[in-house]
Design a protein. Structure first.
Length: 193
């Protein structure tokens, strides 16, 4: 059983901290901002200390997980590679065979003058001693005219837009995008050393 790292005393401090921080959220005066700034600096210092403590617990576990993943990768990677290669070759072969059978089917239909005749190609499943392979249809798309695509398929990458806007400090012009500059969007916390 894993014991809890966080103590009751530390959890009680969270309650006290929450009460203090909640009061500081009511900013009406310059003095309130100073009080909030002091609390922010205290919280940031405590946060950084707790992150270091958490990392001291987590790092050994992460190292172990990394070693295990590396070791097992030596065993799984070759299997994964051959599974991929074999899968490709089987699909390639079955595709060729299906085309051959379809061609033969069309010849027989033409010779017998019966379009309803269908040959069972038996290539939807491959049975073997260990089980079976089942084949699924796949689809590939190619965009031929972007202007004709319905709007529900359009995707706007707002993160990419924001990245470009930030990189140019708002100096980029993107058609269809209005850029508003918020003079105070966030605040960075720097504790005196």
């Amino acid at each position: 059983m894993i014991k809890e790292i966080v103590t009751k005393k530390e959890l009680q401090l969270v309650d006290t901290l929450s009460t203090t921080a909640e009061k500081a959220l009511k900013i009406k005066t310059d003095k309130d901002v100073e009080k909030a700034a002091d609390i922010m600096l205290t919280l940031k210092g405590e946060y950084d200390e707790l992150e270091e403590k958490r990392k001291s617990y987590v790092k050994p576990a992460q190292t172990t997980v990394s070693l295990l993943n590396t070791d097992f990768k030596k065993l799984t990677e070759p299997r994964e590679r051959y599974l991929t290669l074999l899968r490709q070759k089987v699909v390639e072969y079955v595709s060729i065979r299906k085309k051959e059978i379809k061609s033969k089917e069309q010849e027989v239909q033409k010779d017998m003058k019966d379009r309803s005749l269908v040959l069972d190609n038996g290539m939807d499943r491959i049975y073997c001693d260990n089980g079976e392979l089942r084949f699924k249809k796949g689809y590939t798309i190619k965009i031929t005219n972007k202007k004709l695509i319905p709007e529900k398929y359009h995707f706007i990458d707002e993160k990419a837009i924001l990245k470009d806007v930030t990189a140019t400090k708002g100096g980029v012009n993107i058609p269809g995008v209005k850029i508003a500059i918020d003079p105070i969007h966030s605040v960075a916390i720097y504790k005196d050393k």
